[in-house]
Design a protein around this ligand. Structure first.
Ligand SMILES: *Cc1c(COP(=O)(O)O)cnc(C)c1O
Length: 430
């Protein structure tokens, strides 16, 4: 499979090249040259297949012969070695829990898959690679965990001092080995700017091979399609049309689900649920796309004003507005509505949702009221303890800490404080 740049289709690269470089030389996002349909017999057999078998069939066409079958099978087995249950919320609604991985957020799957692909490609080329990544919270932990102990790779994570939660900070700063956390005096945008500057700094790139691990990378984006296959595997016995509501920020997760649908996965409809950072719901109403200025909310992993994967979504539906609207509904909700939804889910279904999942629930609930007879799944993208203060304050109760989080909180934090780009540069050159 070749990948081309969405801003210039004549730029075509291998899977390896797309993974190692992340973004095309013209700064465009990579997109697969084709979306290969799967046999209908595969979907009939799917409930009987193991998750790694199913995952291999779905992902193999996107990797081609660039990773040997046994290696890819092993990568997928390691990537998916935790649970992804669909928990019943109501007669016509379930919650797909994507938070049972090591860092309690759905980004674990993409980060682990990417880390292992990069590890494989790197083992052929020898030489050390540095993954440089800025995080506002969740990405850093998932990337650190995914790359921990991967040979030939150093990970350097920049995070804004005092701006990530305690759990998130511990996930970044306690691993050791090939993971280094740089604690930046500043905000997330400062971290992001420094990373971008470093990629363009020839003094650094002459000395260190740098790569990024953000969600633009096809190896982080595409394996997220597997969530929808995994959910379908549990729901295939249901007769109703299947709808997914996805709490969305950069729109990578929902976009991967759409790739699955185009491969033949029986998904009736998608719902993009956002907080008040609503560029996509607004587009679906007006047909005019405009980035919005990012506003902080309680579902902060979705505080994205200009979602980078939206161009991929448009591509999937042939850049046709009517076609896109047939497949996708958009909703946006305020923090007040989100808190109200958390209370409603808790009181009517005895279920504790995190703020992101609650936004997904709200979109789904409204859609199902208008379209009875369908079965809906909202994606629960983070464990409620990752947003402990908001959840406890909203539900007016304590939320039990999973044991592994408790032990994480007791570990010793190790970070290097930096103030500016000069500090980052001298660290990278040392
Ligand atoms: C990253 C994230 C999202 C948004 O996912 P996208 O793929 O960027 O749309 C939603 N919820 C949580 C908890 C996240 O960490």
């Amino acid at each position: 499979m070749k990948y081309y740049s969405l801003s210039n289709p004549t730029i075509k690269k291998s899977f390896e090249n797309a993974v190692v470089n992340g973004i095309a030389p013209d700064r465009g996002l990579y997109f697969p040259e084709e979306i290969p349909p799967l046999d209908t017999s595969f979907f009939e057999e799917l409930p009987q297949l193991s998750i790694p078998e199913m995952a291999y069939t779905a992902m193999a066409p996107f990797v081609g012969d660039e990773i040997p079958q046994a290696v890819l099978e092993n990568i997928l087995k390691n990537t998916l070695d935790f649970d992804f249950p669909v928990v019943s919320i109501k007669d016509n609604m379930g919650s797909l829990e994507l938070f049972h991985g090591p860092t309690l957020a759905f980004k674990d799957v993409g980060a682990r898959f990417m880390a292992q692909c990069l590890g494989y490609f790197n083992s052929k080329n020898a030489g050390q690679v540095t993954v440089l990544v800025a995080t506002s919270g969740d990405t850093g932990g998932a990337v650190a965990n995914g790359f921990l102990g991967v040979e030939g790779i150093d990970v350097v994570i920049l995070y804004p001092k005092g701006k990530v939660s305690k759990v998130q900070e511990q996930q970044l700063t306690t691993l050791g080995q090939n993971i280094t956390a740089l604690e930046v005096e500043g905000v997330f945008d400062d971290c992001q700017d420094m990373v971008k500057t470093a990629f363009l700094d020839q003094e650094i790139t002459a000395k260190r091979k740098l790569t990024s691990a953000n969600s633009i990378n096809v190896a982080r984006w595409l394996p997220q399609m597997l969530y929808y296959f995994i959910a379908y595997r549990q729901l295939a016995h249901r007769k109703e049309p299947l709808v997914f509501s996805v709490p969305s920020g950069n729109f990578g997760n929902i976009c991967a689900g759409m790739i699955g649908q185009n491969m033949g996965l029986p998904i009736d409809h998608f719902i993009a649920a956002t907080n008040i950072n609503d560029a996509v719901p607004a587009y679906l109403e007006t047909g005019q796309y405009a980035a919005v200025k990012t506003t902080p909310t309680i579902s902060n992993a979705m505080d994205v004003g200009d979602p980078s994967n939206f161009v991929r979504i448009q591509k999937i539906y042939g850049n046709n507005f009517t076609q896109l609207k047939d497949h996708l509904s958009g909703y946006r909700f305020t923090d007040d509505a989100t808190r109200e939804a958390m209370r409603e889910i808790y009181h009517t279904s005895s279920y504790i949702a995190d703020p992101h999942g609650a936004v997904g629930y709200l979109g789904l609930k409204d859609y199902l009221e208008k379209h009875p007879g369908k079965y809906g799944v909202f994606l629960e993208t983070a464990h409620p303890v990752k947003f402990l203060d908001t959840v406890e304050e909203t539900l007016e109760r304590k939320v039990p800490m999973p044991e592994r989080i408790q032990s994480l909180l007791d570990k010793e934090k190790k970070s290097i404080g930096i103030k500016n780009y000069a500090d980052l540069k001298s660290y990278l050159l040392s």
